[in-house]
Ligand binder design. Structure first.
Ligand SMILES: [Zn+2]
Ligand SMILES: [Zn+2]
Length: 348
């Protein structure tokens, strides 16, 4: 337990925050790294998920946390590598035991169709057959989603409850709409960039935070050599849409966190060293290069970084399944007679 984190064996202390990487890679999903997602667990019992990119729910379920225990999901912006697991977050958690509405917070956009409300409602609508066929079998409330869309242009609290304050501030990423998030609780602070190029907003809002997670992409030369991009494309993706590792180092140098974490690049044995060298040109403070299922325990006294050891053949945690049994259900949809009559072992 000194070197590894075994889920469900370490209750959080009342003054402790635990942050777990559920996805740290690039928009291309691979087994080593899912798309972007972070879990934040607090000593008061609250649990938040910041971004839910494609594949990241596989890492969440590996932790065997009851879906019912997630207080709210937050989106920093609506790129698929940050919200692409919505189907799992919504339907997977419903089938996995959630008996209350899903709670989703996210930014507005420059037009209504670019906002979180539009994204969620249209995802739900596209799953009409899915929802229709599960109602009757699963609790009604699990199908519902509470969407809280907030103004992406504003800097300030978008969530205040139970001693937790989550602030949003604009991120500079390709187009209007993206935000970064700062969570404050019990004197501890956690700042998550989502996707952003270095900006004044981030320096001002992340200064002296305990744990600061800032994106950076692979270096331009790695993008050219390993991803096969021409130089113009590599520079566009690696330095205009995202922060380069060197720029990210300058951000951390100005912010001076207790621990700085770099994520959103392919962290391999032969790429991580160059990424670290670039960051270290400017920043000499505490640093971690994120991997999936990296765990950070944060207290006023120390920040402890480990990797989680997780099972692969997990089943949903049954902790709240008593509620599941008694929750109300709608009538099931009725199948056409010509189809039902072909059953070898008729059930209806
Ligand atoms: Zn993005
Ligand atoms: Zn991204």
């Amino acid at each position: 337990m000194r070197d590894y984190y075994f889920p469900n064996t370490e209750p959080l202390a009342a003054d402790e925050m635990r942050v777990i990487a559920l996805g740290t890679g690039r928009p291309f999903v691979r087994r080593a790294q899912a798309n972007c997602s972070w879990l934040i667990e607090l000593g008061n019992g609250d649990k938040f998920v910041f971004d839910f990119g494609c594949g990241s729910q596989t890492n969440f379920t590996a932790l065997e946390i009851p879906h019912q225990d997630i207080t709210a999901y937050f989106a920093t912006h609506l790129h698929a590598d940050h919200v692409g697991d919505f189907g799992q977050v919504w339907v997977g958690s419903w089938a996995g035991g959630r008996t209350k509405p899903l709670v989703v917070y996210g930014p507005s956009g420059p037009e209504k169709r670019f906002g979180t409300e539009h994204f969620v409602r249209h995802q739900m609508e596209s799953f009409a057959w899915d929802t229709h066929t599960r109602l009757g079998l699963l609790p009604d409330a699990g199908a519902e989603v509470e969407v809280h869309e907030f103004d992406f242009t504003k800097t300030g609290p978008v969530y205040e409850r139970n001693g937790v304050v989550i602030k949003s501030f604009p991120a500079v990423h390709i187009y209007d709409g993206p935000v970064s998030l700062r969570l404050e609780w019990n004197g501890l602070s956690f700042v998550f960039s989502g996707d952003t190029t270095p900006s004044r907003f981030f320096i001002d809002n992340a200064k002296n935070a305990d744990l600061v997670i800032h994106e950076c992409f692979n270096t331009v030369s790695q993008l050219m050599q390993r991803s096969g991009y021409d130089e113009r494309t590599a520079r566009g993706i690696g330095t205009m849409a995202h922060s380069s590792p060197e720029e990210m180092g300058q951000v951390l140098q100005q912010v001076q966190p207790r621990l700085g974490v770099a994520y959103h690049f392919f962290n391999d044995f032969d790429t991580g060293l160059e990424v670290e060298r670039e960051i270290r040109k400017h920043y000499s403070g505490p640093l971690a290069l994120a991997q999936d299922l990296m765990v950070f325990n944060v207290t006023p006294a120390a920040i402890h970084t480990r990797l989680a050891v997780t099972p692969t053949h997990v089943w949903p945690n049954k902790e709240h399944h008593d509620k599941f049994r008694v929750a109300s259900r709608k009538p099931r949809p009725v199948m056409s007679r010509w189809l039902a009559d072909t059953q070898l072992f008729p059930k209806f």
